[in-house]
Design a protein around this ligand. Sequence first.
Ligand SMILES: Nc1ncnc2c1ncn2[C@@H]1O[C@H](COP(=O)(O)OP(=O)(O)OP(=O)(O)O)[C@@H](O)[C@H]1O
Ligand SMILES: [Mg+2]
Length: 391
Amino acid sequence: MITMPFTLKPAKAEEFVNREELLGEMLSELSDSDSTVGYALYGRRRVGKTSVLKEIQRKLEESHGCVVVYFSVWGLIEYSVEEFCRKLSLEILEAYRKELGLKFRARELMEMPLSLLGKILEETELRVVYGEFEFLLSRKTPDDSGLLLEHCFGLSEKLAKATGRKCVLLLDEFPSVIDLKIENKKVGEGILKKIRTIFEDWEKTTLCISGSVRSTMDLTVLSAGSPFYRQLVAKEVKPLGIEHVRKLLRQNLKIPDESVEELYSFSAGIPFYVHFLGRMLERKSEKTPEVVRAMEKEFLAEEGNLLFREEFNSLGAGEKAIVMEIALGRNSPKEISASLGARVSNVNTFLNYLINKGYVARKEKGVYSLEDPVFGRWVRVILVGGENWGE
Ligand SMILES: Nc1ncnc2c1ncn2[C@@H]1O[C@H](COP(=O)(O)OP(=O)(O)OP(=O)(O)O)[C@@H](O)[C@H]1O
Ligand SMILES: [Mg+2]
C-alpha cells in the first residue's frame, strides 16, 4: 500500500533540474526594472509550470531587485471576482510589507476599521494606496467588479512606484479567471480584456501567467486574436529529456542506466511521474528494470486511480470512447470510426473537444495521440484491462 500523498510539491532550489535556458531568459527580462515584458507559460498537466514560477520567484527574491507575488487562481474557494481581488490584494500588500517596514500583517490591516487604518497608513508609504484599501474594504455592490479589478491591480503598480521596486505578478492557472463568478454568474472572457486594458498602462508591474488547458491558453495568449497576444511572450514548458530524468533520479538514488531508461520511457519525461516513481523506488532494496516495471504497475493501479479516474469520468460518453480507442493504439479518425462504427465526422468532432481540453494532441494530419502517455497506460491497462503489461 502506498501511503505518500499523491500531490507532490513543486520542485524548488536544489531539486530543480533543467530549464536553464527558459529561466535565464525570463530572469534577465523580469529583473530589468525598465521592462514590463511578461511571459505566458503553457504546457501539459504536471510538466512543471508551477515549479518554474516558484523558481523564478526564489531567484528574483534572492537578488532583491523586485517584489514578487505568486498567486494561484486554483487556490480560490468561492471562485468569485470579489474573492480573487481580495486575496490577490492581500498577497500584493504582504509582499510589499517588508519593503515598507510595516509591522502589521496585510490580513490585520484588512480587518481594521477604516479610521484606524487611515491613521496607520498615514505614517507609511502605504498612504499612496489608501484609496485602493478604502475601496476594497467598503464595497457593497457586486456590480462594480471592473473597478474592483482596477483597484486590485492598481495596488501593485502604486506600491511599485512608491518603493521603486518593480512588481512581478506570477499568476498560476490564470486562464481560469474566466470561470470566476459575479453573483453566481461566470464573468467569461470579458475579464481577460479588462485585465489586459489595466495592464497596458503599467510601467512598474509585470505579469507572468501559466496554464495547462490548451483551449483556454489559446483564448488568453496563444492565438493572434487573444487579449494578451502581443503583451506576453509565450513559452512552452516541455517534458524533461532523458539526461535530466537521470539527473533527477540520481539526486537521491543509486540507479542503473537501464532503470533510468525504463522510467524515462514510462514517464515520457513528465517530472511529476519521475519524482513519484523515484520516491517509491527509494524504498526498494533493488532498483533493476524488473523492479521498476513492477512498481510502475503498482503506481497505475493505486495512484493512477486517484489521479485519473475523476478526470476520465468528467468526459462525455463519446469522448471516453475515443480516449479508449487512442489508448488502444488506434490513432486515426478512420481507424477509430471503423472500430466504433461511428461516422468519421462525429469522431472528428469529439477529437476536437479532446484537443481543446488538453487530452489529445494532433501529431500530424490524421494522426492523434494522448498528451499524457501515463494516462494512456492507465486507460489501457487498468480501465480497459486485459492488455499485456509492457507492450
Ligand atoms: N524542473 C524540475 N526539476 C525537478 N522536479 C520537477 C521539476 N519540475 C517539476 N518537478 C516536479 O514535478 C511535479 C509537478 O510539477 P508542477 O506542480 O510544477 O507541475 P505543473 O505543470 O504546475 O502541474 P499542474 O498541471 O498539476 O499544475 C512536482 O512534484 C515537482 O516536484
Ligand atoms: Mg501547476
